[in-house]
Ligand binder design. Structure first.
Ligand SMILES: Nc1ncnc2c1ncn2[C@@H]1O[C@H](COP(=O)(O)OP(=O)(O)OP(=O)(O)O)[C@@H](O)[C@H]1O
Ligand SMILES: [Mg+2]
Length: 452
C-alpha cells in the first residue's frame, strides 16, 4: 500500500510539524494543529509547469501596463486601490463578518461590468438566488455580471479560462477547495494552494482577481501569512457595528499608497460613497460640552476633521482607569504624564476616558494637542469653542511640534466653516487663509491659555 504522507499544521500561523502538538511553538496558540494529508505531486506542480519558461528581458523592452487600470467608477474604491485596478493583480479584501464585503464587491462588479466588460463573481457562500436578492436590493442588475455558485477550484478554473472576464471575484477564499488536497476547505494548506493557483491564473491571463477573506478574532485575515505576501494589494473593510459608516483601508499596495482611505455609508440600498467625511463625522457634534474638541487627521492625501472627546471623572479606585478608543492608549498615558508634570494638573485620582467619535481610528501624533486640550477641558469642566480646530504634536517637554500637511489641514478647516485654527509655531510660512484665524502656539501651556 502506498504510504500517505501527512503532516500537522498550525491553523493560526501555518507552522508545520511531523507530529501533533498541543501548543504551537511558533505563535504560541493552543490546540490549533490539524492533520493535513499531502499529495505526492504537489511539490512538482507548485514549481513546475505553471511557472513561465520565458527568458530574461531588458527592463526597458518590457511593455508597461501604465494607464491600463480598470476604473470601477466608485471613486472611494478606486482611490484606495491607487487609481484603479491594475491588470493581473491579486487583491485581498478582508473584514469582519457582515461588514459589507460582498456588498462592496457586488456593487463595484456591477459598475465594472457596465463600463468595462464581463465580470465573473464566484460565490462559495451564497447561492445564485441569494445573490440575486442582494442585487435586487442594491439595484445592481447587469447582463454582463455573471454569477457562479461554486466551491471546487477545478471547476472554477475552466470557467475563468472560457469566459475570460475583465475581473474575477472570489467570495470567499476560505470556502474554495482544491480536490488535490484532502484537508477541509478553509484550512491553511487549502487556502494557500487555492490562492497560489488563482494568482498564477491571474498573472498568466492578466485578469485582476479579488479574493474576499475572513478575519480571525484578532482582526487579521484568516489563513497563512503567506497569503498577504502573495497578494498585490491587501484591503481591510472596517467599521463599527453601531455606526453605519465603513472605512476601506489598504494595508499593502504594490501599486499605490497605503495611506488612502475610502469612506462609505451603509444604507438599505447599499454602500454609498462619502465624499466629504469631515461633515459626516462632525454632524453629531453639539456645542457647550466640556471635553470635546475638533482635531484634524490626514489619511493619505485628505485631511479629515473629527471630534475627539475626553471624560475625566473622580475615581474611587486605587488605580484609576485610563481607556482610549480610536487613539493609542500608550500615547494617551504619555500625554497625561506631560499634563501632570509640565502643567501641574492633578490627574492621579481621576478616571480618564478618550473616544474618537464615529468609531474612527487615528494613528498620528498630530492629534496630541487635541487630546491634551480635551482632557484639560473635561478636567476643568470648561468647553472648548466648537469653531476651533486644534492641530499639533506634543513633545515630552510640553512643547508643541510641527506636523505634516499643515496647509491642507488648515484649508480643510477653513472650507468647513471653522473660524479658528490652533497650530504649532513653525518657521515656515503657512498658507494664511483670510477666512480663518490662525493662532500659533509653542507650548501646551500657551495652548491652554488660548483655549480657556
Ligand atoms: N435591508 C438592509 N438595509 C440596510 N442594511 C442592510 C440590509 N441588508 C443588509 N444590510 C447590511 O449589509 C450587511 C451585510 O453585508 P454583506 O453580506 O456584504 O457582508 P459580508 O461582509 O459579505 O458578510 P459575510 O462575512 O457574512 O459574508 C449587514 O450587516 C447590514 O449592515
Ligand atoms: Mg459575504
Amino acid at each position: 500500500m502506498p504510504k500517505v504522507k501527512s503532516h500537522f499544521s498550525c491553523q493560526s500561523c501555518g507552522y508545520q510539524s511531523a507530529k501533533w502538538m498541543g501548543r504551537c511553538p511558533d505563535c504560541g496558540e493552543w490546540n490549533t494543529f490539524v492533520e493535513e494529508k499531502e499529495n505526492e505531486e504537489r511539490g512538482i506542480r507548485w514549481l513546475g509547469d505553471k511557472r513561465s519558461k520565458g527568458k530574461p528581458l531588458p527592463i526597458s523592452s518590457i511593455e508597461s501596463s501604465q494607464g491600463k487600470r480598470i476604473i470601477s467608477g466608485i471613486i472611494e474604491f478606486d482611490r484606495v486601490l491607487g487609481g484603479g485596478i491594475v491588470p493581473g493583480s491579486l487583491i485581498l479584501v478582508g473584514g469582519d463578518p457582515g461588514i459589507g464585503k460582498s456588498t462592496l464587491l457586488l456593487q463595484s462588479s456591477a459598475k465594472i461590468s457596465e463600463d468595462t466588460g464581463t465580470v465573473l463573481y464566484i460565490s462559495g457562500e451564497e447561492s445564485e438566488d441569494q445573490i440575486r436578492l442582494r442585487a435586487d436590493r442594491l439595484k445592481t442588475l447587469s447582463d454582463k455580471l455573471l454569477i457562479l455558485s461554486e466551491t471546487c477550484l477545478e471547476d472554477i478554473i475552466p470557467q475563468i479560462e472560457t469566459i475570460n472576464p475583465s475581473i474575477v471575484v472570489i467570495d470567499s477564499i476560505q470556502t474554495i477547495y482544491t480536490a488535490q488536497l484532502q484537508s477541509a476547505p478553509g484550512s491553511i494548506s487549502q487556502v494557500r494552494e487555492v490562492s497560489c493557483q488563482l494568482m498564477n491564473i491571474s498573472k498568466k491571463t492578466g485578469i485582476p482577481t479579488f479574493l474576499i477573506g475572513h478575519v480571525t478574532k484578532d482582526g487579521a485575515i484568516a489563513g497563512p501569512r503567506v497569503l498577504e505576501h502573495m497578494a498585490d494589494t491587501v484591503l481591510y473593510f472596517e467599521g463599527d457595528s453601531g455606526h453605519s459608516f465603513r472605512i476601506l483601508r489598504a494595508t499593502k499596495n504594490r501599486f499605490g499608497s497605503t495611506n488612502e482611505i475610502g469612506v462609505f455609508e451603509m444604507k438599505s440600498t447599499g454602500l454609498e460613497e462619502v465624499t466629504n467625511p469631515s461633515e459626516l463625522f462632525l454632524s453629531e457634534m453639539s456645542a457647550g460640552i466640556s471635553g470635546s474638541v475638533v482635531i484634524s487627521s490626514v489619511e493619505g492625501t485628505r485631511p479629515i476633521l473629527v471630534e475627539l472627546q475626553a471624560l475625566v471623572s473622580y475615581s474611587n479606585l486605587s488605580m484609576p482607569r485610563r481607556m482610549a478608543t480610536g487613539v493609542d492608549p500608550n500615547r494617551v498615558s504619555l500625554l497625561i504624564a506631560i499634563l501632570e508634570k509640565r502643567i501641574g494638573l492633578h490627574l492621579q485620582g481621576e478616571d480618564i476616558f478618550i473616544n474618537v467619535a464615529g468609531g474612527v481610528k487615528i494613528d498620528e501624533p498630530a492629534v496630541d494637542l487635541g487630546i491634551v486640550s480635551a482632557i484639560t477641558s473635561s478636567f476643568k469642566d470648561k468647553p472648548i469653542d466648537v469653531k476651533t480646530v486644534v492641530i499639533g504634536e506634543v513633545g515630552l517637554g510640553g512643547e508643541v511640534r510641527g506636523v505634516t500637511n499643515l496647509d491642507a489641514r488648515v484649508a480643510e478647516a477653513s472650507k468647513l466653516g471653522f473660524t479658528r485654527c490652533i497650530i504649532p509655531k513653525i518657521k515656515k510660512n503657512v498658507l494664511r487663509d483670510a477666512e480663518i484665524k490662525i493662532v500659533e502656539v509653542a507650548s501646551v501651556a500657551e495652548t491652554l491659555e488660548v483655549l480657556f
